[in-house]
Design a protein around this ligand. Structure first.
Ligand code: CMP
Length: 861
């Protein structure tokens, strides 16, 4: 008989479940009871209590002479001791004073039926107050010997037990009826039954956020599902998501490959929504932890129709009792690349990586998903490269400790390996050479390549990993070629220039181990000249300078400090790097006794213009100037890596990484701005000044035309400098046409409403373009200072997303190469050398004084 029951159960999807091979590595495919049958029991064997209740009722029925329990012929076959549902209900209503309605009695019989104590003779019907025939399990063929005629002592025992049995059954009846309804197909549920289900759904916490009308819709499609055996796998990690579940009774383990059980979900918890909403594979395997677990299930088609768009906004995934990933539902926006409905708000670095590998990589996903891109651009903030490579290596070798692999395991593992390889490809695409800077990454790529080549299952990935290898080789070749690059911070400020090592100075990236030559002064203005790699810390520079300058003080008494041209001092942290490039235009580096900082004074030369080519600006074509400024600045902009924005914002000392390329680009902005002012206030002749103002307005216009907005801003800001705007005699002579254009330019750089005018303007431009870099840095700082990096121990990924958006702006600006037509071939060299090092005074007080000198303030009579 057990065989019959078992077969039926499996046919109906109520099998005993499959035990996983090991708790950490469940391997079998799920049994999904898609169409539960309310005619069948929900347990493998009845519980002792229900068995005893059934026995007591049968005993009383058998000894009752007027009993409905008779041997009957059904379709020519004799069925022993069976009774129609209607008569069983009659008998129970008469027997038990607590039973007031036929429905209550029917519910009590159903409670026995769902445990298999009572069965429909053909196992086709749940209990119904109708003429269908039912009998006790004890009377079925092969029933236990106790199925005989009861003896006197049996009767007295049954009588003794019956009160308690009836009361227990009375309690169970309504739930059994409800479960029976929930196992019927939608179309068989009557309006009264739907009302019963609805009333039940109102009390389920996992549905509490849903409206009444949605709960009513759910009433007709939500399904009850029971699993008899602990160890049953409901579904496997990597499977397609087909249903969402709510645990009504029992508990389940959430098991993840390589991690084992990460969480246990209990009565009232729900799971399985992630794969449905994201249309992604299951993120974990769900294994029943107890026998007789009860679940409610909503299948994908209904979930999509009824719930997908109204689902709860926040989803929290836990491991070992702690939140590891917080996801938030997003409305899909027009033009949005991602097909995913859940976006990561916060998470542990490792869980975010896992979520990313599982959902954002794989054959079905093409292009670069924003979550993946955000992660690749910002992981250095929360997950150092070494840790990322370690995690990836673990994922790639997740099969190392699993001895016996089923074909399903192998498929899963191969899929995961493919994802790791795709990740490497996207990583290199997103951050280019920066991905190869860490030796551990290069080692990992080489290992991967060897393993991919050796594994026939990874055949298709060979070309991907070879492509990564080629890029790595190119990077290494380029690094070797440019090894030994030297830079110089001239004695008089700008420019930072390359003076040996590279034959083509354009598009030259400053690298951490490039040397830079610079001076360090001490309080009496004596100095030493040092040569150090760019990534040298302030501490080392300080110690070496102190030694050379014979300061004879311990390192703790000393500090490295910049004295700006206006006398301001700014002290470097000991672990700061790329110090010389971080100086302001006319700043000087000093080593000083900490207590004597106030004694530091600027050098007389700091008030003079920086070194530069002396040339008569009037003779240079304005368009040609704009053209060469743009080409020059494009190269500087091109050398800036997106990561430098993060180093700059969080503080390069946190990363120990240089920001030299960004420093140089930012210095250039100030250089252009102060060049405008310096030129104007050092031009004595009024008519020449007028000519210069006109030239600079035209220069701004050309820069705008060339989409060099960094120079455009610098020029307009230079013209708006107080030392220039106060030159009334000059401005009075500027034709109104030029003044009008200048007013339009000023409106464009107007900082109000968060630089709205500029943002609208630049939003319409197509690349290539050079953006106004200080605004991008302001956006980074705003995102950084306005948002914590860590929220309750999780990485605040929203902040990372905000920062990545700004970093992507840079990528967008450079997504097409600059192909400007030169305005004329003549005098190229002269203009080029002129624009690469302007003569600049950056001390506002000096500039204002010079402005006063050329146009003294008019005295009012
Ligand atoms: P889904 O990916 O559809 O299937 C597995 C489910 O396990 C997943 O949805 C979550 O609902 C649930 N789950 C609970 N905790 C975790 C966890 N830490 N990681 C992944 N899934 C989890």
């Amino acid at each position: 008989m057990n065989d019959i029951i078992t077969n039926c159960k499996i046919k109906n999807g109520f099998g005993p479940g499959v035990q996983p091979a090991a708790a950490t590595s469940p391997t079998k495919r799920p049994l999904s009871p898609d169409h539960p049958n309310p005619a069948l029991p929900i347990t493998e064997t009845p519980s002792p209590a229900m068995n005893r209740m059934g026995w007591a009722l049968r005993t009383l029925l058998v000894v009752d002479n007027s009993s409905c329990l008779k041997d009957r012929k059904v379709s020519g076959k004799l069925i022993r001791k069976c009774a129609p549902g209607t008569e069983l209900v009659d008998w129970l209503v008469n027997l038990a004073p607590i039973v007031h309605t036929r429905a209550q009695a029917a519910g009590m019989w159903q409670a026995l039926l769902e445990e298999g104590v009572l069965t429909h003779v053909n196992k086709e019907q749940p209990f119904k107050d109708k003429c269908f025939l039912y009998r006790f399990r004890l009377d079925e063929e092969g029933g236990a010997p106790a199925a005989g005629i009861p003896q006197a002592e049996d009767l007295s025992a049954a009588n003794e037990h019956i009160r308690e049995a009836l009361s227990a059954l009375f309690q169970r009846g309504p739930d059994a009826t409800l479960r029976m309804i929930l196992r019927k197909p939608s179309h068989e549920r009557t309006p009264e039954e739907l009302e019963l289900v609805f009333e039940e759904l109102v009390h389920i916490a996992a549905l509490s956020h849903l409206s009444t009308s949605i709960k009513r819709e759910l009433s007709s499609i939500i399904v009850f599902e029971a699993h008899a055996q602990a160890g049953t796998i409901l579904f496997n990690q990597g499977d397609e998501g087909r249903s969402w579940y709510i645990l009504l009774k029992g508990s389940v383990d959430v098991v993840i490959h390589g991690k084992g059980t990460v969480a246990t979900l209990k009565t009232g918890d729900d799971f399985g929504k992630l794969a449905l909403i994201n249309d992604a594979p299951r993120a974990a395997t769900i294994v029943l932890k107890e026998n007789n677990c009860h679940l409610l299930r909503v299948d994908k088609e209904h979930f999509n129709r009824i719930l997908r768009d109204v689902e709860a906004n926040t989803l929290r995934l836990q491991e070992h009792g702690k939140d590891v990933l917080v996801l938030e539902r997003v409305a899909k926006q027009r033009g949005q690349h991602s097909a995913f409905k859940y976006t990561v708000m916060s998470g542990t670095p490792a869980k975010m990586l896992e979520h990313l590998l599982e959902t954002r990589l794989g054959q079905s996903v093409s292009g670069m998903d924003p979550f993946l891109d955000d992660f690749l651009l910002t992981h250095i903030v929360f997950m150092p490269v070494v840790q990322l490579v370690d995690e990836l290596a673990n994922y790639f070798h997740c099969d190392a400790h699993e001895e016996a692999q089923t074909p399903e395991d192998r498929e899963y593992i191969i899929n995961f390996k493919k994802r790791v390889i795709q990740f490497m490809q996207k990583w290199v695409m997103a951050v280019r050479h920066a991905a190869f800077e860490e030796p551990s990454v290069c080692d990992f790529i080489e290992d991967l390549a060897a393993e991919v080549e050796a594994d026939p299952d990874l055949n298709e990935e060979t070309s991907i990993i070879h492509n990564v290898l080629t890029q790595m080789a190119r990077y290494q070749e380029d690094r070797n070629q440019n090894a030994g690059q030297k830079w110089k911070l001239p004695t008089n400020g700008q420019p930072i220039c390359l003076f040996s090592g590279n034959a083509t100075p354009s598009k030259t990236v400053i690298r951490p181990d490039d040397d830079i030559i610079f001076r360090v002064y001490c309080a009496d203005h004596t100095y030493c000249t040092l040569r150090f790699p760019m990534h040298t810390t302030a501490e080392l520079i300080k110690a070496c300078a102190a030694d050379k300058l014979q300061l004879n003080r311990g390192p703790d008494d000393l500090c490295l400090v910049e004295v700006k041209s206006n006398g301001e001092r700014s002290v470097f942290k000991d672990n700061d790097v790329s110090i010389p490039t971080g100086l302001t235009l006319n700043g000087r580096l000093f080593v000083s006794v900490k207590d004597h900082l106030d004694a530091l004074t600027q050098l007389p030369e700091q008030e003079c213009p920086t070194e530069g080519v002396d040339i008569d600006l009037e003779i240079l074509s304005t368009k040609e100037l704009a053209y060469h400024i743009t080409i020059f600045e494009w190269d500087l902009f091109w050398a800036v890596h997106e990561y430098e924005l993060l180093y700059h914002t969080f503080g390069r000392h946190h990363f120990g990484k240089i920001t030299a390329n960004l420093d140089v680009f930012l210095r250039r902005f100030n250089e252009v701005q102060y060049w405008i002012v310096t030129e104007l206030v050092s031009t004595q002749s009024l008519s020449k000044r007028v000519g210069l103002v006109r030239k600079f307005i035209k220069l701004a216009a050309y820069c705008k035309e060339y989409q060099n907005l960094n120079a455009f801003f610098a020029i307009v800001m230079g013209l708006s400098n107080m030392a220039v705007t106060r030159l009334h005699q000059t401005w009075e002579k500027i034709p109104s046409k030029f003044r009008k254009i200048f007013q339009e330019f000023e409106a464009l750089i107007d900082p109000s409403r968060n630089h709205r005018a500029y943002r609208v303007f630049v939003g319409k431009l197509q690349p290539p373009l050079i953006p106004f870099m200080p605004l991008l840095l302001k956006d980074m700082t705003f995102a950084h200072e306005g948002n914590k990096t860590s929220l309750d121990g999780l990485v605040n990924f929203e902040k990372m997303h905000m920062m990545a958006q700004t970093m992507r702006t840079i990528r967008f600006c450079r997504s097409r190469s600059l192909g400007l037509e030169p305005p004329s071939p003549k005098s190229e060299g002269e203009v080029r050398s002129y624009i690469s090092s302007f003569r600049v005074i950056d001390n506002q007080r000096v500039l204002t004084a010079m402005s006063q000198k050329v146009e003294p303030t008019r005295k009012l009579n």
